[in-house]
Design a protein around this ligand. Structure first.
Ligand code: XMP
Length: 527
């Protein structure tokens, strides 16, 4: 009798065991990663030109080739290295990825004759393996012009639709599978299940990339990295990332963690007091509050360029941490709450395809001669995973649910020069907006909601007199990880209340506007 092979843990050796997602130009790479993570597996996304190198350096359990807008015959179309099909790990090709795989292995692809787009009924021949527990008749999302017309040797049809004979194909012996539809999008009714089946049934992963095991694994890794005498300086911002990072490091090394909260003058209303209470009093961590307002503002005087602002703030943070580190004998480590999206957006980790958008201060702005080793327990995680870990570690829900706040603080929410007067205006307007939104309970569906100061003067009339004052923009967005975002709308009365209060109570604003830009093409913060 054949025995089921034992499921492989993500936390298997020195490296995490997981799935390589090859980005072939799709809009959906992050969505594929999300589905894989929902299945309890870890993944990395790389472009075609980096795929082989990534596959060789990862502890690889399987590969997903994404879709893409190109045709496999097109000049300049992303080229999947042939070697990926011979590594002995399962491969799932989606749309373009399937077409590339079939052609590379001896099948045929025909271009241009089909236009299958949108919801499509699909019949599955065998509801096992990739399609285990998926109904034989289901609905999937198709979006393709080319299609596979002849299968490579060893492949068989697994599912078909009216217009697509090979809606899903596979070679079970070699663990190679292709789907013409997009299982990652929510319109494919059982798409998540199909991705899950690939990860668990086909790749044999245990699905143990879940908050409890991620947290315990990271705590173990932290203990190894920091050793039995090392001390960590960690900049606490009050946001969820640095808080969860602190909680993890605290669990790993206790009092050898020294949290530094820098009051850089760029904080929101009441922030400093809230942090002191939460971390010092409630969580019993070693917390030092450094008043650095003057030195940060001095660095920002006269600076208009957003990138210069970010770099200077990042630099000043590091200087403060370095000075603080001198107070401790073995503080050779700098802890940070860097997340995976920070890493992707700050450095072209994808090897060139991803443009540098903003230098997130905790990734892009570190000096080469830091002389402190970085401790970044959240570097592989998305925000919702971080929140889940925070809950597992027992952090207060109020803290976990807090909206993200960028390291450079209000400085990137003031377009142009930062001055004490502008900061005071923005802080007050932001407090009005957030308080009203929270009081109305409208924050639950929002990822972030805040005010921005635009030094754009316009004419107004107040008490019969002419005004010529600044503009306050409201930024309200929905998002699940900050990588993409949609603008949000609030009930008219609530918007009216926020707007009237800001103009009436904050001197210097005579106009409030609503930012209705999604990301992309805009970003969430204005700078
Ligand atoms: P953007 O503006 O790039 O923001 O669309 C995406 C998410 O990241 C936050 N953000 C930052 N977080 N340091 C941080 O810790 C930074 O320098 C930084 N810049 C942006 C932003 O608030 C949003 O949630």
């Amino acid at each position: 009798m054949s025995q089921e092979p034992e499921a492989q843990s993500t936390f298997h050796g020195d490296r995490l065991r997981g799935i390589l997602i090859v980005d072939l130009g799709t809009q959906y790479a992050q969505l594929i990663a999300r589905r894989v993570r929902e299945a309890g597996a870890w993944s990395e996304i790389h472009p075609a030109q980096r795929a082989l190198e990534a596959a060789q350096s990862m502890d690889l359990a399987g590969i997903i080739l994404s879709g893409g807008p190109a045709s496999v015959y097109e000049q300049g179309a992303p080229q999947v290295p042939d070697e990926l099909f011979g590594l002995g790990v399962p491969v799932l090709g989606i749309c373009y990825g399937m077409q590339w795989m079939c052609r590379a292995l001896g099948g045929e692809v025909e271009g241009g004759h089909t236009r299958e787009f949108g919801h499509t009924s699909m019949h599955i021949d065998q509801t096992t393996g990739l399609f285990a527990e998926v109904p034989a008749d289901t609905v999937v999302w198709m979006s393709h012009g080319d299609k596979v017309t002849h299968l490579p040797a060893g492949f068989e049809t697994l599912a078909s639709s009216t217009d697509c004979q090979f809606a899903a194909v596979g070679d079970a012996a070699r663990h190679l599978y292709g789907v013409q539809f997009h299982p990652e999008v929510s319109h494919s009714k059982h798409g998540s299940k199909i991705v899950r089946n690939f990860v668990i049934e086909v790749c044999g992963l245990a699905g143990d990339w879940v908050p409890a095991s991620i947290a315990e694994h990271q705590i173990e890794r932290l203990r190894e990295q920091i050793g039995s005498t090392g001390e960590v300086i960690l900049g606490l911002s009050g946001g969820v990332d640095s808080s969860v990072a602190a909680a993890l490091v605290h669990r790993a090394i206790g009092k050898r963690l020294h949290c530094i909260f820098v009051d850089n003058g760029l904080l929101r209303h009441g922030e400093r007091e809230a942090i002191e209470k939460m971390f010092g009093e409630h969580l019993g961590m070693d917390l030092t509050v450094v008043d650095a307002r003057e030195r940060f503002l001095a660095q920002l005087a006269g600076v208009l360029d957003p990138e210069v602002k970010r770099k200077r703030i990042g630099h000043e943070f590091v200087e403060v941490f370095r000075e603080e580190a001198k107070r401790f004998q073995n503080a050779n480590f700098l802890g940070q709450g860097t997340l995976y999206p920070d890493v992707i957006e700050s450095v072209a980790v994808h090897g060139g395809n991803t443009a540098m958008i903003k230098s997130h201060h905790n990734v892009g702005g570190l000096p080469k001669d830091l002389e402190m080793e970085l401790v970044e327990p959240l570097r592989e995680l998305f925000k919702d995973e971080v929140r889940a870990i925070g809950r597992y570690l027992g952090l207060h829900e109020q803290l976990i649910a807090r909206q993200p706040f960028p390291g450079p603080g209000l400085a990137v929410r003031i377009v142009g020069e930062v001055s004490p007067e502008r900061l005071a205006m923005l802080r007050q307007a932001d407090h009005i907006a957030t308080t009203e939104i929270e009081r109305a309970g409208a924050n639950v569906d929002l990822w972030q909601y805040f005010a921005v100061l635009l030094p754009l003067q316009s004419v107004g009339v107040m008490g019969d007199a002419r005004t010529y004052e600044y503009t306050c923009a409201l930024r309200l967005v929905e998002s699940s990880d900050g990588m993409t975002a949609d603008w949000a709308y609030l009930e008219r009365e609530l918007l009216r209340r926020i707007s009237s209060r800001i103009v009436a109570e904050v001197r210097g604003f005579n106009r409030v506007v609503l930012d209705i830009s999604s990301k992309p093409p805009a970003t969430i913060e204005w700078e």
